[in-house]
Design a protein around this ligand. Sequence first.
Ligand SMILES: Cc1ncc(COP(=O)(O)O)c(C=O)c1O
Length: 271
Amino acid sequence: MDLSHIITELGENRDQYFNAVAPPIWQASNFSFKDVDSFSNAFEDERNDYIYSRGINPTTDILRKKLAALEGSEDCLLFSSGAAAIFAGVLANVKAGDHIVSVRNPYSSAKKMFDSILPRFNVTVTYIDGKLLDNWKEATREHTVLFYLESPNSWTYELQPLQEIAQFARHSNIITFIDNTYCTPIYQNVMELGIDIAMQTATKYIGGHSDTLGGVLCGTNAMMKKIFDTEFMTIGSGLQPFNGWLLLRGLRTLPMRLERINQTTAQIIRF
Ligand SMILES: Cc1ncc(COP(=O)(O)O)c(C=O)c1O
């Protein structure tokens, strides 16, 4: 799908709001229904109807559609921060006794979850140098359920061979989760490489103006429904309408800002 179409058109039904170019902020906690039947039908899959903004909301839903399309995924969930997205995405996929293999030195909130929170529920983590596929294979145990990737890695910017790791993981029934914040889907389409869950902190490049936090998870419909029905709705850390609106505004200029970052980064490296 064309990038500028995604950023400026997709998910926007302007004729419903006086053809305003910038979408409105639907600052509403709950939504009314004409009759009881339509209200109870809406609960069949709360991702598809506006019921209560702890679930979905019309403003954040525009962003949700755009970010799913940008990532090339079936669906997307939006959180109040990147840390919340990491926490919900990982927690929804582990149970007591499970084991995770992670890149060494993931972003600090992921590391804290691995080191301090998950061990309380008997979930263990092995950190590896993620550059070599063999390291992922060697660290895999009988109860390994999730590979946690960050490519480039926080702090050290090392890369991992994502396609090979994803192939091995799929073959071994292991879920792959990547923090794709540094590249964004514009520079690294991880769905095409076979990764199951793509996370970004929208606080960084998507927002781009240092005025809001946000987190993104993208993946299959089934995976997003699983996370939505459990951690997303229960923890209640979904993105709020005003923050969604700020992120929509930021997203409009994402490709231009990334181009500029490319230029200035090269200058800094040369210097
Ligand atoms: C790579 C990376 N992942 C996740 C996070 C956490 O995102 P947030 O600050 O939106 O919770 C950050 C924040 O700096 C980050 O740099």
